[in-house]
Each structure stands twice: as C-alpha cells, then as structure tokens.
Ligand binder design. Structure first.
Ligand code: TXA
Ligand code: MG
Length: 317
C-alpha cells in the first residue's frame, strides 16, 4: 500500500488497478472513497472485507456524468431536476435500476434501486473517465470509524487493505453526500449531507422530509443511530468545558479552556465547520481527554447535517 500523489500517471495506474478488480482509495469533494469496480462482485466483496462492514449495506456507485447515470438508473422528473442542478456535486440519487444495469447485486444489496453520484472532484472525475466503469465507493474508513478527509486518515484505517491511496489533499466539503430517494412521488432525504435540505427544496420547488428509519431496518444505513464514532465520549450542546475534557468549538466566542481545543469555524461559517468536522473529531479523539465537549451548532444549512453526525457520534453503542 502506498500514498501516491495523484499525478495523471498515478491516476492511470489506479484506473488499471480498478479494472483488474483491485481497490483504490480516491479523493472526492466530500470524503475519501474506497473504490472498486461496481460491476465486479469480487471487487465489491473486497470493499466490504476491507471496511469490516458487519452487513452488506448498499453502496453508492460513482459515475462520470448524467448520461452514465441514466444508463444505470431511471431518472424521474425530480431526479433529473436535481441532477441537472446539483451534479457534479455532493448529492447521491437513489433510482430504480435500469433493465440490464450491470452494477453487481452485492453493491446494491439486492435492491431494485441503485444509488448514484457524479462527484465534482477533478481526481475522481479523471479516475472515472480512465476506468470506464462505475466505481462503488463508500467512505474509505473501517466500519464505524469517522470518515476520512485526508489521505493520511485513509492510511490510518486501511493500510495494507488497499492497492493504492491517491492523495488529493484535504477534501473541501468534509461531509458525505446528501442521499435523496427520488423513486417515489415525493423525494425523501435518506441521509443529510453536503447539500443542505434548503438547497434541495429550492430545486424541487417544495419542502422535503428527512426519512426517519427504524433502528432495526433503517431506510439507509447512513441512518443507523451510531455510525460516525470517535471512541471518546462526545458531550453535545456544551456551553462550558469541564476539567479533563477537550473542546470542539464553534464561532468567535469559546469558553475559556486550558486543555485541547479545536474551533470548527472561528467566524461561525457552517461550510467551513463541515469541512473541518471529521478531522477535528479524529484529532480530539486522540487527545486523551475524558470527553469531547461539543458547543452548539446552529441547526440550519449544513448545520443540520453537522448536528446529525454529532448526534450519531454521541450515541453509545
Ligand atoms: O460522499 C459520499 O457519499 C461518499 C463519497 C466517497 O462519495 N460515499 C459514501 O458512501 O458515503 P457510503 O456507501 O458510505 O454511503 C452510501 C449511503 C448509505 O447511507 C447507503 O445506505 C445509501 O447510501 N444507499 C446506497 N444505496 C442505496 C439504496 N439503493 N437505497 C437506499 N439507500 C442507499
Ligand atoms: Mg461511511
């Protein structure tokens, strides 16, 4: 396993490895993905094995553009509007599979639907173009760990389990994509993420609900109560810091604290906070604190997805 700067040659090599059925970690604008050829069931199985996923949750398939997506899934009217407005970008659409869709059943967990995303990151785009196959790509972390926003995070979790890690620097969005099911009459958000609920509502011209999955049979595994998890206990909506705690701050006014502190955004910018969230959780998790005190984050725009991730990270197993 090696971390490789994503030069054109390195991307071409990685694409060849994908076509041989090997796994490649690659940057997207949201988080790093653990990529495998989505049409190759053995490669998809290798993804589950590398992540140590307890169950075969359905995976996202990344594709190069809307035309490639349409060959795999049926774009409904809402789906087309969202794709035209927000692809490439941090949006995943759940669609009915097209007849003859070559995505491996293991990648869709045997469902009649398929989750597709056109990533905006130039390295992901180039990898897709060179590989010429849809790339299954969950976040490149061990199951239950925090999603990786740098190549070093990927290496910390998956060293020895992936052929190559393409390094494209830190990801800019920092949260996974927003997953929207457009198979029904009204679109539903299955997972909050890098596109805000408001932005989606604006495109479809109507308010949109976030699905409430059942704990035992979630609509989408992103809905599992505990999913994004540091080992250190996370104390939410903290307005003061206790002795021994680390502080996950937000905004210009932090409570005074002598211990470890990371401010997600000193200016109170939710986009910046989202980009910093997972790396901050990893750093504070390693600080040896008794708990991480997380200051309140406004529940609007990307703040809704940040709070979703923080609540999951705070849920005890
Ligand atoms: O930002 C992202 O989406 C990252 C980057 C690498 O692209 N990928 C990612 O993939 O987070 P993954 O596999 O960890 O998350 C896929 C989400 C899960 O919540 C999964 O349950 C849902 O999409 N999903 C996939 N296929 C589905 C389907 N057919 N129906 C409902 N949900 C589905
Ligand atoms: Mg994940």
């Amino acid at each position: 396993m090696k971390i490789t700067k994503a030069t054109p040659e390195a991307i071409a090599d990685a694409a060849a490895a994908l076509r041989r059925g090997e796994l490649v970690a690659f940057p997207t604008e949201t988080v790093y993905g653990l990529g495998g050829d989505a049409t190759n069931a053995r490669a998809v199985a290798a993804i589950f094995a590398a992540k140590g996923r307890p169950r075969f949750n359905p995976l996202i398939a990344h594709v190069a553009d809307v035309a490639a997506a349409e060959r795999l899934g049926r774009l409904t009217a809402h789906g087309r509007r969202l794709a035209d407005a927000l692809w490439p970008g941090p949006l995943t659409l759940v669609l009915q599979r097209q007849p003859g869709c070559p995505i491996a059943d293991l990648a869709t967990a045997g469902l009649a639907t398929v989750a597709l995303r056109v990533p905006a990151h130039p390295i992901a785009q180039r990898l897709l173009a060179e590989a010429g196959v849809p790339i299954a790509g969950p976040s490149a972390n061990r199951s239950g760990h925090v999603s990786p926003t740098t190549a070093a995070h990927v290496a910390a979790d998956l060293a020895g389990r992936v052929a190559v890690i393409l390094d494209g620097g830190p990801t800019v969005v920092g949260l996974e994509s927003t997953v929207v099911d457009v198979t029904g009459d009204a679109p539903v958000i299955l997972r909050l993420g890098g596109v805000s609920r408001e932005a989606i509502a604006e495109v479809i011209g109507a308010p949109i609900e976030v699905a409430t999955g059942h704990a035992d049979r979630p609509a989408s595994p992103g809905m599992l109560a505990r999913h994004y998890a540091p080992a250190t206990h996370l104390r939410l909506n903290a307005r003061e810091v206790r002795d021994g705690e680390a502080l996950l701050g937000f905004g210009p006014h932090l409570p005074p604290h002598a211990g470890p502190v990371i401010n997600l955004s000193a200016s109170g910018d939710l986009v910046e906070a989202a980009a910093n969230l997972f790396a901050a959780l990893r750093t504070l998790d390693a600080a040896g604190a008794t708990a991480i005190a997380a200051m309140p984050i406004p529940d609007e725009g990307l703040g809704e997805a940040i709070n979703d991730r923080l609540r999951r990270a705070a849920t005890q197993p």
